[in-house]
Design a protein around this ligand. Structure first.
Ligand SMILES: [Zn+2]
Length: 346
């Protein structure tokens, strides 16, 4: 499906359907519907009697197979741990749309591995079962590990026949330049605030004020905000914010205990937005993510300064990149919280 705020980008893309580059990199913030957009593109490319606007008809055999997840000319490359990763902030941050294919490892991997890419080689070499387009969807592309990315390069450069690649990433900056340079880039925007509020209020069945609060906590990303409609997710988010707001008075060990069972991708993402709000308040602006904590942010902002916060943000960014592979999750939490405490010490 195409979320309403992505409809202009969708129409523009379909209008160029016949001249599309064979490898497209769809990128944009987490939680705006990139995965759904990319899946819809794959469906449209495989449809055997597309609508006049270029979209999938939803009625032909190709559309039927795609719907059932068994189109012979379609492959999805995703980490074996895709469900977990894509629901957390580790992946493209969007909703999972379908299950990955390829060999599962004994322990679900957060990487897209080289054996998954090698399994593609045969797929791209033989002609399509339906004599037409074949589509490979790689989501999230930033999960390709170094060996897998390397193995992909040749196919990405010169795909045989009519193979199309659609890559999805919330963090295109961490993709190897060699992969990025082989793709045409398509950036998808964050929706305008009012469009997001209207959609979320209708979708979750809540009033606009509630929708606005959830969107603020999710940095404006509607699909992330929609998770707060789930009371369990909302409770975890509250716990993270309470814990972060308690530092430096709360001890590091106690705060780390509180976050011990939280998925690392979740607390790192929230911590990063917390620090952005600290930076904003420090610069005299209003908080963007935690408006209801403005008083607390102002108290904390007086104890620190822009240099210390910049340093903290850079350290957290490095930590967030390693979030899929924490060697020691407990240590990672304590390190991050110690960094926060140090920054608040001026
Ligand atoms: Zn069709």
């Amino acid at each position: 499906m195409i979320y309403p705020w992505l409809e202009p980008a969708w129409a523009k893309l379909l209008a160029q359907r016949t001249q599309l580059h064979h490898a497209l990199l769809i990128h944009g913030p987490a939680g705006i519907g990139k995965s759904a957009f990319a899946t819809e593109l794959a469906r449209a490319l495989l449809c055997e009697s597309p609508l006049r606007d270029g979209g999938a008809c939803g009625r032909c055999s190709a559309c039927g197979w795609f719907e059932q997840g068994n189109h012979p000319d379609f492959r999805l490359l995703a980490p074996a741990a895709a469900d977990e990763a894509r629901e957390g902030e580790g992946g493209s941050g969007d909703e999972p749309t379908r299950k990955p294919v390829g060999k599962g490892a004994a322990k679900p991997s957060r990487d897209i591995r080289i054996d998954q890419v090698r399994a593609l080689e045969r797929f791209t070499e033989v002609g399509g079962h339906r004599g037409g387009t074949k589509v490979v969807l790689i989501d999230p592309a930033d999960a390709l590990n170094a060996a897998a990315a390397n193995a992909l390069l040749k196919t990405l450069e010169e795909p045989s026949g009519a193979t199309r690649f659609v890559l999805v990433s919330g963090r295109p900056d961490v993709l190897p330049a060699t992969v990025r340079s082989r793709c045409r880039s398509l950036g998808l925007p964050m929706p305008a605030a009012e469009a997001a509020v209207a959609w979320l209020a209708a979708d979750a069945g809540v009033d606009p004020a509630q929708a606005r609060a959830w969107l603020a906590a999710a940095g404006g990303a509607p699909l992330r905000a929609r998770r707060f409609a789930d009371p369990a997710q909302a409770a975890i988010h509250r716990l993270i914010v309470e814990t972060l707001a308690g530092i430096p008075e709360t001890g590091i060990v106690q705060a780390a205990d509180a976050l011990a069972d939280v998925e690392p991708g979740m607390w790192t993402a929230t911590l990063q937005t917390w620090v952005i709000d600290l930076q904003r308040v420090c610069a005299g602006a209003e908080p963007r993510y935690f408006p209801e904590r403005a008083d607390r942010l102002r108290v904390l902002a007086r104890r620190t300064g822009p240099v210390a916060l910049d340093r903290l943000a850079a350290r957290l960014d490095r930590a967030a990149r390693a979030v899929g592979h924490p060697l020691n999750p407990r240590l990672m939490i304590e390190d991050a919280l110690l960094d926060v405490r140090a920054a608040l010490a001026g």
